[in-house]
Design a protein around this ligand. Structure first.
Ligand SMILES: [Zn+2]
Length: 570
């Protein structure tokens, strides 16, 4: 029963009204009212259940199935867990009896009750706060210092809405939620951009759960990761497509059902085509390689999901990212679009080809199968098996895509993004999800650690100590003649991040009004939770000129003094 439910579950969170209504009819009313309802969306949900914790029931309401998720988020000290429902709700096994009673009540009764609720002010949906009761009580007893750190390191925020008004919700893990903190790199994972590819969505929720668990259980690795990293998880970029794919019977579901958003647009073709700008500049020999949005314009109306995610990408100094898809088993890296455009399949190396290959390999090698020759190719042929190339591929070599999100990250910002294809089948049966988590867990972790590779540092004014924003950092691999045609720029706090594999490099930093500076570095990537710190104190040009002027004046004065002395002698 559960297995079937898991694969066809219509996921949503309770609305705030429903949550409160439930709180009212529940004998646990007091408990539920102790906790705050967090404004969040319907699109965060998960198919992951746990043996013994998940129950399904269908009494009088069709399929009323819910899977209890463990703690997924903590919001400003409020413990909050996701609860997945279809029509009704089910709690953990301790609540089975309660659930049974609930399932016998028509939903309308719940809603009626909620309309009389004086506190029912919320629009949008609520995260329902539920966990294994025993554990919660235990946690509640921990009042002071021992209180769960997990409560302090997670937050949820919304970056926009889908066409059908489903919120796009990000789960944020950080010891410093809110603003970007200098020297702490920002990392993101995006799932479910194609609505009919839900594995990424499920994996990201499972990842959130495992990070939470890690904090609660004082897992050394996870605590070290969260202490040093700002992690943003967007489980679903296309909740509307997901709903459509899910609603469609598996037999009627075509390969592309639910791929696009509700307006029928493929979101991974809807980003500004900055590859086109890059190739054009290259052809014209214009030395501009990065932050190409400045030069981009077209008259296309972009989709709300694309706009929301695009703005989000530009709003933080993201360093590293991955976009989770399905349809194959491979880690795909830029460029995605070949210079010839159209459907030409030809390798198109980005300036950071080496670094991207290394990042993609990191994922593939740490995945249970991706990098191994232990599985048949997804297309059923023996040809072009990605496992022969270590489970990675250049995007354009595979097939050319323009307007994709991966290259947009690279060409519009400092962030490096790869695209992960995690399953041959687009909507695999729910029962495969635990295995998919097993296969990907290590890779998801190891890839996140790569946000601490290479160099980072602060660029500031040598005289005033003020941070310098938009300073440009170029890198030259010591074995190459020219720098990599992809400088990164410093953020408002003067901080910059440059992902690099181990090696020796020369860094050049330039900023308007300052004398440029260069430094040689040997990157070892041996410290797991920090890139090598290389700061730059730049000398203002005016100061340089003044110093030179001073020198000249002193020289003149000295000469004049000499002359005077000579005259006197004469
Ligand atoms: Zn896809």
């Amino acid at each position: 029963m559960l297995k079937r439910m898991v694969s066809t579950l219509d996921l949503r969170l309770l609305s705030i009204e429903e949550s409160r209504a439930f709180a009212r009819v529940s004998q646990y009313q007091q408990f539920f009212e102790t906790y705050q309802f967090v404004h969040v969306s319907s699109n965060v949900g998960a198919l992951f259940g746990r043996q013994g914790e998940s129950v399904a029931s269908s009494q009088g309401q069709g399929e009323c199935a819910v899977v209890l998720l463990q703690t997924v988020g903590h919001f400003r000290g409020q413990q909050s867990c996701l609860l997945l429902t279809r029509e009704g709700l089910v709690l953990g096994q301790h609540f089975q009896e309660e659930l049974q009673k609930m399932m016998n009540r028509p939903t309308s009764a719940l809603l009626e009750q909620s309309s009389t609720s004086e506190n029912s002010s919320g629009d949008g949906l609520g995260i329902f706060i539920v966990d294994d009761f025993g554990r919660l009580e235990e946690r509640d007893c921990l009042h002071s210092g021992a209180r769960m750190e997990a409560e302090l390191v997670t937050a949820l925020y919304e970056i926009g809405k889908s066409v059908e008004s489903r919120p796009l919700v990000v789960i944020h893990f950080s010891t410093t939620p809110g603003e970007h903190v200098s020297m702490k790199p920002e990392l993101k994972y995006v799932g479910n951009m194609h609505g009919n590819e839900p594995v990424g969505r499920e994996l990201l929720l499972r990842l959130a759960e495992s990070l939470c668990d890690g904090v609660v259980n004082k897992d050394k690795e996870i605590i070290q990761l969260i202490n040093s990293t700002s992690i943003h998880l967007l489980p679903s970029m296309n909740p509307d497509g997901f709903e459509l794919a899910l609603k469609t019977e598996p037999e009627k579901r075509k390969w592309l059902t639910g791929r696009s958003n509700a307006n029928g647009v493929d979101l991974n073709r809807d980003f500004p085509d900055l590859d086109g700008v890059f190739y054009e500049l290259e052809k014209m020999k214009v030395p501009k390689f990065d932050h190409l949005m400045d030069l981009f314009s077209d008259d296309k109306d972009r989709q709300p999901e694309t706009l929301a995610v695009g703005r989000w990408i530009l709003s933080l100094p993201f360093v590293l990212s991955a976009n989770l898809h399905e349809g194959d088993l491979v880690a795909n890296y830029p460029f995605d679009s070949s210079p010839e455009g159209k459907a030409v399949s030809a390798y198109s190396a980005s300036p950071d080809d080496g670094t991207f290959r290394w990042l993609a390999e990191t994922y593939a090698k740490n995945h249970a199968h991706m990098g191994k020759n232990d599985h048949p190719p997804c297309d059923g042929t023996a040809q072009g098996a990605f496992s022969n190339q270590g489970g990675i591929t250049n995007g354009a070599k595979w097939y050319s895509v323009s307007g994709g999100m991966q290259d947009f990250n690279y060409l519009a910002t400092n962030a490096m993004e790869i695209t992960l294809e995690l399953s041959c089948e687009k909507m695999p049966s729910g029962e495969t999800l635990p295995q998919l988590w097993e296969d990907n867990q290590k890779a998801l972790m190891e890839y996140m650690w790569k946000v601490h590779s290479g160099v980072k540092g602060t660029i500031y004014d040598q005289l005033t100590g003020e941070p310098i924003e938009k300073a440009v950092v170029w890198v030259r691999n010591s074995s190459a003649e020219n720098p990599i045609k992809h400088p990164v720029t410093s953020w408002v706090h003067g901080d910059y991040y440059r992902t690099l594999p181990a090696g020796t490099y020369e860094l050049f930093v330039g900023a308007e009004g300052y004398e440029p500076q260069a430094k040689n570095v040997t990157v070892e990537n041996k410290v797991r939770d920090s890139a090598m710190v290389v700061d730059f104190a730049l000398k203002p040009i005016q100061a340089v000129e003044e110093a030179e002027l001073q020198e000249v004046l002193e020289e003149l004065a000295a000469q004049a003094a000499n002359n005077e002395a000579l005259e006197e002698e004469n």
